[in-house]
Design a protein around this ligand. Sequence first.
Ligand code: SF4
Length: 252
Amino acid sequence: MLYLVEHFYSIQGEGRYTGVPSLFFRFGGCNMKCEGFGCEEVASDGAKVLGCDTVYAVNKEHFSKNWIPINSANELLLVLNQYDLPPHVDIVLTGGEPLIYANEPIFIEFLKTLHADGHKITFETNASLHVDFEKYPVYKECIFALSVKLSNSAEPLNKRVRGDVIYSIASNAKEAFFKFSIDTESITLGLEEEISSVTMHSPTTLVYCMPLGGTKEEVEANTEPLIEFCKVKGYNFSDRLHIRIWDQNKGV
Ligand code: SF4
């Protein structure tokens, strides 16, 4: 069984395809917590839960009551058909960490149908979980935004940076790019070395750096220092349009 947290039709807010109309499926659950990002959300049971800006899609214990259980690929396709969409609209699979479901038959069937129907499929992933490209060739047709976590996530190094996984995805997928969330403080704390220790596993893959933050105020505070950092290092700056425009990360 899979858990779907939310779905919405919007524009892609970050990374290489910023601005492209996309239907988002946000899946529930993640193999990390990223408490270092310091976003706090109150669950319906009253618990204050610390994590990333999508903690409501990560923490199963406190938030799964609001998640939608999915028992067949058809249920996901029915979601898609609820919308009045342009043909072959881009599909973004995000989370949480969508690749926790990478070997689920329901998930594979869903991907195959999307691909057969001509949709471009992009995964937003932390790039720490193995993808079996030989067993499931449909993954070779997908795009992967590799949002590898840096030390500001407070996750252990051996969990957040899996060189073998990064290399495998970047060399097997149709397309991949790195996407890092960066705050002003990290820029002064040896960030360049950290980014290099990730990108060395696929040196030709493009790098996008985005301002960290779950609110417009936080994103704005981190924007200008990050732009200066990108200018010096030659990385691409990526905005987080959905947060800047709507000041939130849910359903937009
Ligand atoms: S890996 Fe991504 S979704 Fe999971 S906790 Fe970290 S930032 Fe959140």
